[in-house]
Structures are given as C-alpha cells and as structure tokens.
Write a protein that binds this ligand. Structure first.
Ligand SMILES: Nc1ncnc2c1ncn2[C@@H]1O[C@H](COP(=O)(O)OP(=O)(O)OP(=O)(O)O)[C@@H](O)[C@H]1O
Ligand SMILES: O=C(O)[C@H](O)COP(=O)(O)O
Length: 539
C-alpha cells in the first residue's frame, strides 16, 4: 500500500501479509499518513480555497454549467449529445466554509465526524484552532496494557469471507484486515474471543460454520487458533477459562442464533458473559444493530473501536467530511434506486459527480433520449430529473457519459458498437461507457485531490464491456501514485479494482459494501454509535 510508504515513523512500518495496516499499532498516530484527508488539510481558518486556474475562471461564470442538454424542449435540441465540460458555479472561496477544512476539529460542525473514533485529534492541536471539541469514539489503541493484560476481550470482526463449493476461502481480505487488532490484543496479553457471522444462515447450518477459517487465521496470527462449536454456553466458558494470555478462541457463527439479528438483550448478555471488555472491528457489519455489534455494548465496558473500524471511518468519514478539494465522486452500478441516498448525500459534498453504469439510462430517458432496451427504472424518471436539477442548483459539476457501448443482447459474446448517448437504436442496450466519456471523465479526475468510487461503469463481468470500469480503475491507480486520495467503496467496484490488479495502489479499499454505502449516505452506523466516546479533546 502506497500509504504506508509515506509514513514518517521512526521505526519501519512496512505492510506484510499479516499486517496490512501496520501504522495502526500506533495508538495515537504520532505521524499519521499525510495524505489522509483530515491531515493534509490546512488548519488555518482564514485560508482561501484555491482552484486551479482553469477552474477558477469557470467558477466566475455560473452560467457555464452545462452538463445537461439544452433545457429547450424541442426535439432537435434534445437530441444533441450532452456537453460535458466542467464548470463551477460556486465561488472558489465559498466552496466550503473554513471549518470544513479543519480536519477533526470539524467534528463539531459536521455530524458525520461525530461518529469518528479516537486517536488523531492531536493532529490538529496547537495549529491555531480553538474552542472545538472532538467527539470521537474510543479506540483499542487508547487502552493501556494494564487494561488488557489477562482480560477476556469479546472482539467482533467481520470474517464473512467468500467460500467455494469445497469451503475453501476464495478471498481472505477480511481476515487479513482483522489481524492488526487481534495481534495488538495478543501482544498486550489479552485473551481474545473472536466472534463473527458468515453468510445469512437460518439457524444452525453447517455450511456456514466458521471452521474453514481456522487454518488461515492461525497462519496469519502465528498461533494455533482454537474454535468452539457454539458462540455462547458452557463450552465457550470452559475454553475461555483455559485460554492463555495472548490466546485466540474463534466462536462459532453468531448468526446460528436468530436472536443475534433480533438484537435480543438476553442473547447479548450471554455473549458478553465470559468477557471483560468489547472491541468492535467489524466495519462490514457496523450498519447492523445486532446483538454482537450493538447489544453487547450494554454489558461490556469499555466498548471500543478496533483498528480496521478506525481506518474505515478515517477514510470514508474523513474524506467525505473534510476532503482535499476538488473532491469527485464516481457513482455507477445497476440502478438509480439503490444509489439515490448516496447521490443525494454526495451532492452536498462533492465538486464533481461522475455517473456511469446501468443507472445512466434512466437519466437519459428522463432527458427525452431513446435508450433502446437499456436498463431503465420508469418510476425513477422524475427523480433523475430532480437530481440533475439539484446538482445544478448546488453548483456540482455532474457529468453523464456522452457515448456508450451498446450490445444487441445481454451476453459476453454480444455484438457491440459505440454510439453517442443520444443515438441508441431500438433493440440495443447500453452496457458500458464509451471512449469519449472515458476521456472526459479522466480529464475531470485529473483536476481532483480526493475521489470516492462506488459502483462499476458497465457490465464489467463481461470482458467486452469492462473497458470503462477498467479505465477508471487504472486512472485512479495513476492518480493515487500522484498523491490523490482514492477510496473505493465496497462490493463490485472493489471486485473491479481487484480484477485490474490495482487494489494495492488505492488509498483505501473498504471492507464493507452495505456499511460503506450507508456511511456515504450520511447514515449513522449502530455498531459505531454504541461504542464509548473518547475523552473529549479541545483542539
Ligand atoms: N449498463 C448496465 N446495464 C446493466 N447492468 C449494469 C450496467 N452497468 C453496470 N451494471 C451492473 O451493475 C452491477 C453492480 O450494480 P450495483 O448497483 O449492485 O453496484 P454495487 O454492487 O452497489 O456497487 P458497489 O458494490 O461497488 O457498491 C454489476 O453487476 C454490473 O454488471
Ligand atoms: O458482507 C457484508 O456486507 C457484511 O458481512 C454484512 O453482511 P449482511 O449484509 O449479511 O448483514
């Protein structure tokens, strides 16, 4: 990960397979990675946001916003392809109030930051900012050795990894991501009860057992991990009592009990029964108010955030709340309906919004274009028009692709051609963004300092229609190496980035699909909210 290379720790902190986030062993980030949004931003409240010359000049001209076709309703004017030039109707100075660029001091001004975790407020101390208090969550890194040594820690991780038909792990990312927190606890002499769900079982279902994870966990942790056949009850009590300091006990799938997802307090109490304290590192499940993510905090004190949870929030909340600007979001995927909340929320934050994937055809149709047999959500046409108007009103440069790759059927071997987005023939469907759009998107991205990407640009599962998605992945990789903060938000976009082989280059790849979406929508995550507050730090 390139982020690591930039650290200025006095000791080498290089990532390896067992420790992808070595800098999180530092409890208060003495020298956090400088490209994290909250750290690279100025703390001078009177500073002026300066746009590159070309943008600043267009900023002076609000009327140049023209990413949409002419508002004329005449058929001929409507059939012109979209113009996609960039423009900013905001005044550069008024882009964001200064407080938004104050890193974690912005917590008081931005509710999103109120759910942040501890460990970095010191980064802005003494830089001329006064009277603002960070409302952060307590981190496992804040606990002293005395608070951990010999203590039984109930640690919730998201070890929901994909398994093949032979129950071999096909992607161990989530296991590796949990390792730094587990190792930290081990090194402090804690006894770790590791809890997770796998899949969505209805009752006890052997194929959803966590047993296949034991060898890989043991290998990554360098100790023999023991496993129980249950997650509560006498077996857990007995094995927990026999656990040595630094030992790890993997509890069976917590969702074998329906009480887990019901957040049943009695069940939460049983989960907590043998533990002294709680660490939540399950970012991927933090949007669920379940017994092991939320309920258990009522019975265990302290209840703190693990390093992975902390890192996810650092990037996803930090980037959205206090981005280095210009800040762009790329939103793709199949449906507008699944991304409405994300788009609406991002319109409040970003300077540039690029839309791709299946959802664009709903926007085209809303503008009066014929879209052939492309994916369209008829009941979202009005919404699409509203979103375009909202973008315009907020001065966000919203870009839709100007050309698309169309196919005669939804299949990997379909016949295909490139057409302007206004000229999709009947019987053809758009399955990718075209080369002109890729060029325009790349040019827009070249101007940015922070990029969040959620959702593929096309049907990337078919090689023929993966060009747009792969081009964006490569562009983000290139920009990452130039210091742009690049954040990939879960699910298919992560799969695409991995397919291209550039995952390691990105600033942050989220381990949470649903959780990262909810966070980007501005929703509060119950698994984070339930954790203890850090001691307020005046900054
Ligand atoms: N033009 C298109 N027509 C139909 N389906 C498309 C098109 N472009 C992309 N898709 C499909 O969209 C799916 C992803 O959409 P979805 O809304 O699930 O995104 P997502 O999974 O939420 O993204 P992420 O996981 O990154 O958040 C992919 O399977 C892809 O094939
Ligand atoms: O895979 C995920 O997104 C998380 O593990 C959460 O799983 P869930 O959607 O089944 O709650």
């Amino acid at each position: 990960m390139k982020t690591i290379a930039r650290l200025s720790h006095s000791r080498p902190l290089l990532p390896d397979k067992t420790n992808p986030f070595p800098f999180f062993f530092s409890s208060i980030y003495p020298n956090p990675p400088h490209h994290l949004p909250f750290l690279s931003l100025t703390t001078n409240p009177s500073s002026t946001f300066i746009l590159p010359h070309s943008m600043a000049s267009s900023a002076a001209s609000p009327s140049t916003f023209s990413l949409l076709p002419s508002t004329s309703t005449s058929a001929s004017s409507r059939r012109q392809p979209f113009s996609t030039h960039l423009s900013f109707s905001r005044s550069p100075v008024a882009l964001r109030s200064p407080i938004r660029r104050l890193g974690f001091a912005g917590a008081a001004a931005d509710p999103l930051l109120a759910i942040h975790v501890a460990g970095k407020t010191s980064a802005v101390v003494g830089r001329g900012v006064r009277g603002v208090v960070s409302m952060a969550k307590k981190s496992v890194g804040d606990l002293t050795e005395a608070e951990l040594k010999g203590k039984v820690v109930f640690m919730r991780a998201d070890l929901n990894v994909p398994l093949d038909e032979n129950r071999n792990i096909t992607d161990d990312t989530r296991i590796r991501a949990a390792v730094p927190t587990i190792k930290h606890l081990m090194s402090k002499g804690a006894k770790v009860l590791l809890s997770s769900h796998l899949g969505r079982p209805k009752g006890v279902t052997p194929k959803f057992s966590l047993a296949p994870l034991v060898p890989r966990l043991s290998e990554l942790l360098g100790v023999q991990v023991e496993k129980t056949d249950d997650c509560i009850g006498p077996e857990v009590e007995k094995k927990a009592a026999a656990l040595p300091e630094g030992g790890v006990l993997l509890l069976e799938n917590v969702r074998f009990y329906p009480e887990e997802e019901k957040n049943d307090p009695e069940f939460a109490k049983k989960l907590a029964a043998v533990a002294d304290l709680y660490v939540n590192d399950a970012f991927g499940t933090a949007h669920r108010a379940h017994a092991s993510t939320e309920g258990v905090t009522k019975f265990l004190k302290p209840s703190v955030a693990g390093f992975l949870l902390q890192k996810e929030l650092d990037y996803l909340v930090g980037a959205v709340s206090s981005p280095k600007r210009p800040f762009a979001a790329i939103v793709g995927g199949s449906k507008v309906s699944s991304k409405i909340g994300v788009i609406e929320s991002l319109l409040e934050k970003v300077d540039i919004l690029l839309l791709g994937g299946g959802m664009i055809f709903t926007f085209y149709k809303a503008q009066g274009f014929s879209v052939g047999s492309s994916l369209v959500e008829e009941d979202k046409l009005e919404l699409a028009t509203t979103l375009l108007a909202q973008a315009k009103a907020k001065g966000v440069s919203l870009m839709l692709p100007t050309d698309v790759v169309i196919a005669d059927k939804f299949a990997p071997d379909a016949a295909s051609k490139i057409v302007p987005c206004s000229a999709i023939p009947d019987g053809w469907m758009g399955l990718d963004i075209g080369p002109d759009s890729i060029k325009a998107f790349n040019e827009a991205l070249d101007t940015t300092k922070t990029i969040i990407w959620n959702g593929p640009m096309g049907v990337f599962e078919f090689d023929k229609f993966a060009v747009g998605t792969e081009a964006i992945a490569n562009k983000l990789a290139e920009l990452s190496s130039k210091g742009v903060t690049t954040i990939i938000g879960g699910g298919d976009s992560v799969a695409a980035v991995e397919k291209v082989g550039v995952a390691d280059v990105m600033s942050h790849i989220s381990t949470g699909g649903g959780a990262s979406l909810e966070l980007l929508e501005g929703k509060e995550l119950p698994g984070v909210l339930a954790l203890d507050e850090a001691v307020p730090v005046p900054v």
